[in-house]
Design a protein around this ligand. Structure first.
Ligand SMILES: C[S@@+](CC[C@H](N)C(=O)[O-])C[C@H]1O[C@@H](n2cnc3c(N)ncnc32)[C@H](O)[C@@H]1O
Length: 466
């Protein structure tokens, strides 16, 4: 971040606008809407400035350094580069925050694009790099936020103190507000029935306060294969209200960062050769945090119930009577399939698909090879990179052609996705030569040949087909 987004209180503070044209007019209007005492300086000032409410003080003269005296901030919107540069320099020397329109190099602050649902304000900035993109982003946010959001904010403002007096625990207070903002009170306000919403809030505050439980709970959440946009709405919603997030190694920072800023984040990462936190410790931690009254999200790569040990974790929660829910995620086999253009089933090549773990244990891979090598089937092998040579050998030994196509996919669905295509006979050598490292998924079957025709996602580096 090049600029820190903050909201500045300029109520009744003197603020200076240098310039008298249409851009300066918009800036003066913005400052006035935040309650500033605006002074406009320019040799020529458009008549519309006089129509602003409240009318700013207009000084029809050339800018002079003394105009900066006592000003809280200054916005410069003149067409003269020389004047802009000079004012920026003078303001910076005097530690007065300065914005020169369309000239980030001369700014010490930037005016964001604003979505105004007062008291809820969304500010969108691009660090001066792409104001048009910021404006288009603002338009998107504008479209999704209810027009009446501000009324809900107003309601919260009016009852803030009462809620604080009623609930001493911060956690319970936060849950009360979540109940208000995500439940019927919000629905009523959004559809314009402010009074009914307020009445329900009052009832909840008085009558049902005890129902705002301080009990902890755990959500086992599938974070999908990597691309954050493949998360479910539910996963994102739960992440954003969690007190603690315990996440695995395969989760990208973009996904973990969807959690509330002040949520505690605990890394429980697992690599195939070393477990940084033993499973028993993770189970015990989930129980402990929930018993402390925390809302815990146990965030897992892909789907929690596909080679994710989700079953073990919830059985431990059940044993301790802890409330939980499970949110499915897109398992990496499906992510790989879509993002590599390799349909796992296909009318002509594969009528079934089987998922297996190729985890190397005691230098061998113990799988049902007969089942895995059925004709017209796609086999998807998780955690199989280390055992790839053995897997290929066993599949050939159990009847698959040495020429059977194989794909090894790393970091599927992410910008650094990499795919190596080969055959059972040569895939180990090819993926070793390509420097493939975990996490990789292996896809074995005729469908792999479709990659060349159906691939659509930009890959970091794709080796040639066999
Ligand atoms: C412990 S398993 C977890 C599987 C996860 N629960 C799922 O549904 O995808 C980890 C293995 O999943 C596979 N995997 C997970 N994410 C992947 C990705 N983005 N690209 C390729 N393989 C991935 C790899 O085989 C990795 O070794």
């Amino acid at each position: 971040m090049d600029f820190l987004p903050i909201f500045l209180n300029i109520q009744n503070r003197p603020c200076l606008v240098v310039g008298g044209g249409p851009v300066a007019l918009r800036k003066a209007e913005l400052l006035l809407s935040a309650g500033a005492a605006v002074k406009v300086v320019a040799p020529e000032i458009r008549a519309e400035f006089a129509d602003l409410k409240p009318a700013p003080e207009c000084l029809q003269e050339e800018f002079q350094p003394h105009h900066l005296d006592g000003t809280a901030i200054v916005i410069v919107a003149t067409s003269s580069q020389k004047i802009n540069t000079n004012i920026s320099k003078l303001a910076m020397e005097r530690d007065i925050p300065v914005n020169v329109v369309d000239n980030p190099a001369l700014c010490s602050f930037i005016v964001p694009a604003v979505v105004d649902r007062d008291p809820i304000i969304v500010a969108v900035g691009s660090s001066g790099a792409a104001p048009v993109l910021a404006r288009l982003t603002r338009a998107k946010i504008e479209a999704i936020l209810p027009q009446t959001l501000g009324r809900l904010g107003e309601l919260a403002k009016n009852y803030r103190q009462a809620v604080k007096d009623r609930f001493t625990s911060i956690t319970v207070r936060r849950r009360f507000w979540e109940l208000i903002f995500e439940g019927e009170v919000a629905d009523k306000v959004y559809r314009g029935d402010f009074e009914a919403g307020e009445q329900q809030l009052q009832e909840l505050l008085v009558d049902d306060a005890e129902e705002i439980s301080s009990a902890g709970e755990v959500a086992l959440v599938g974070g999908g294969p990597g691309d954050p946009e493949l998360m479910t709405f539910k996963a994102v919603r739960l992440l954003q209200r969690a007190d603690v997030v315990i996440y695995d190694r395969l989760l990208s920072p973009e996904i973990v960062n969807l959690a509330r800023r002040d949520a505690e984040r605990i890394y429980a990462g697992k690599a195939s050769s070393k477990h940084s936190m033993p499973q028993e410790d993770i189970n015990a931690l989930l129980v402990k945090l929930a018993q402390e009254g925390k809302r815990v999200v146990r965030l897992k790569g892909g789907d929690p119930f596909v080679f994710g040990r989700g079953g073990e974790e919830i059985s431990e929660l059940m044993n301790h009577g802890i409330s939980f829910q499970v949110v499915p995620g897109i398992t990496s086999a499906l992510g790989c399939s879509s993002y590599c253009g390799i349909p796992l089933t296909h009318r002509d090549y594969a009528q079934s698909v089987v998922f297996a773990t190729g985890h190397l244990r005691n230098d061998t891979v113990d799988l049902n090879w007969e089942m895995l090598t059925q004709p017209n089937q796609t086999a998807v092998i998780y955690m199989g990179l280390l055992g790839l040579a053995i897997i290929s050998e066993k599949m050939i030994a159990h009847g698959l052609s040495a020429e059977m196509p194989v794909a090894v996919v790393r970091n599927a669905t992410m910008p650094n996705q990499k795919i190596v295509i080969g055959t059972l006979a040569n895939i180990f050598d090819k993926s070793t030569a390509a420097g493939m490292t975990s996490p990789c998924l292996i896809i074995v079957g005729e469908v792999v040949n479709l990659h060349e025709q159906l691939k659509w996602y930009r890959e970091a580096d794709t080796t040639a087909t066999a």
